[in-house]
Design a protein around this ligand. Structure first.
Ligand SMILES: CCCCCCCCCCC/C=C/C(=O)SCCNC(=O)CCNC(=O)[C@H](O)C(C)(C)COP(=O)(O)OP(=O)(O)OC[C@H]1O[C@@H](n2cnc3c(N)ncnc32)[C@H](O)[C@@H]1OP(=O)(O)O
Ligand SMILES: NC(=O)C1=CN([C@@H]2O[C@H](COP(=O)(O)OP(=O)(O)OC[C@H]3O[C@@H](n4cnc5c(N)ncnc54)[C@H](OP(=O)(O)O)[C@@H]3O)[C@@H](O)[C@H]2O)C=CC1
Length: 283
């Protein structure tokens, strides 16, 4: 669906790029000509991913980096600039999340999520932004948020994530204005349900719940990672050069179904409607 050279020779740093959605985004970018650097805490996961991702060609540099640590982020960008000579695109994809009644959380548990999602995204953004501004080079930053951030509704039982992702979205919009003059563009994606090991093991407690979840989505299915990767490719490409500060939701219509009070009526049959209509028409 894209020109094969859409991201030719663009150097892309993807946090959390060794697993799940980050890896899927990286694989699509590679197909479109990009050079990748993937980073997360577990070096063995990155090494395996880099090896598998380059089986069809392309280049994937990897380095262990905990995005909660300012020094490790500086070391990461030093290494990527030394290796490739530049960075054109940053994908802030690393995240932490789990379900819990909020009153059961310790301060440490709150920090565990906030530090990865909000602080981690802020720190990578700041480190690379300063380098781009100093050198006069621009670029694109893509932040992966969630529908409960994009809708503004938040969500119970994942409250640290809801608060942190809302902060990331605010960062996206704020810097879209402040840093545009430096040629730095900000965009975000709000994914709905995309089954990944990392998300499902922490957020979907049973197969029965997984099955029920489909009913929340008008399209009656979860997302394919490749669909999200396509959107991520478009948004960071020069073809999307006038999109700045926007978040694009990709959720099969899930959040809209939840928002409309009458959308539950979707399951009524024609017969049900005949009966209802007879009852509700003015006599
Ligand atoms: C009804 C179901 C609907 C499902 C809908 C489908 C999903 C669609 C929407 C999804 C939106 C968002 C998705 C995501 O963000 S997915 C990303 C998931 N991936 C990850 O989380 C990967 C990284 N995660 C981690 O490394 C860990 O999970 C963690 C975030 C906890 C960080 O690890 P760390 O090693 O730093 O932390 P600790 O293990 O030391 O724990 C720190 C404190 O947190 C407490 N904790 C940990 N887990 C839980 C839990 N499950 N419940 C309560 N508390 C928890 C832990 O006890 C520590 O606190 P204390 O020291 O006080 O004990
Ligand atoms: N899957 C879904 O349905 C949805 C996902 N999302 C978002 O998509 C993104 C990817 O999630 P997904 O692929 O599902 O889950 P994963 O668990 O696979 O991805 C999370 C990644 O973040 C990395 N990470 C976690 N903590 C740190 C840290 N301190 N420093 C550096 N890297 C870290 C992990 O690697 P490591 O453990 O090696 O550090 C892992 O690669 C996240 O931003 C998530 O919030 C949003 C909505 C829905």
């Amino acid at each position: 669906m894209f020109r094969r050279d859409l991201l030719q020779d663009k150097v892309v740093v993807i946090t959390g790029g060794g697993t799940g959605l980050g890896r899927a985004i990286g694989e699509r970018y590679l197909e479109l000509g990009a050079k990748l650097a993937i980073a997360s805490r577990r070096e063995e996961v990155l090494a395996r991913a880099a090896q598998e991702m380059t089986a069809q060609g392309g280049e994937v540099f990897y380095k262990s980096c905990d995005v909660r640590e300012e020094k490790q982020i500086a070391d990461l960008f030093d290494a990527v600039f030394a290796h490739y000579g530049k960075v054109d695109i940053l994908v802030n994809n690393a995240a932490g999340n789990f379900i819990s009644p909020t009153e059961r959380l310790s301060a440490h548990a709150v920090d565990a999520v906030l530090k990865i999602v909000l602080h981690g995204t802020f720190y990578t953004t700041l480190e690379l932004g300063k380098r781009w501004i100093t050198s006069g080079q621009g670029g694109v930053m893509l932040n992966i948020v969630t529908t409960y951030a994009a809708s503004g509704a938040g969500s119970g039982f994942v409250v640290p994530s809801a608060a942190a992702k809302a902060g990331v979205l605010s960062l996206t919009r704020s810097l879209a204005v402040e840093w545009a003059k430096y040629g730095i563009r900000q965009v975000a994606i709000a994914p709905g349900m995309f089954p990944t090991e990392g998300a499902w093991s922490r957020l979907v407690p049973s197969d029965e719940i997984a099955e029920r979840l489909m009913h929340r989505v008008p399209l009656r299915r979860v997302g394919n990672k490749s669909e999200l990767a396509n959107l991520a490719a478009f948004l960071v490409s020069d073809e999307a050069g006038y999109i700045n500060g926007e978040v694009v939701t990709i959720d099969g219509g899930e959040w809209l179904q939840g928002a409309g009070e009458f959308n539950e009526l979707i399951d009524l049959s024609a017969h049900d409607w005949d009966q209802l209509s007879a009852m509700t028409r003015k006599k």
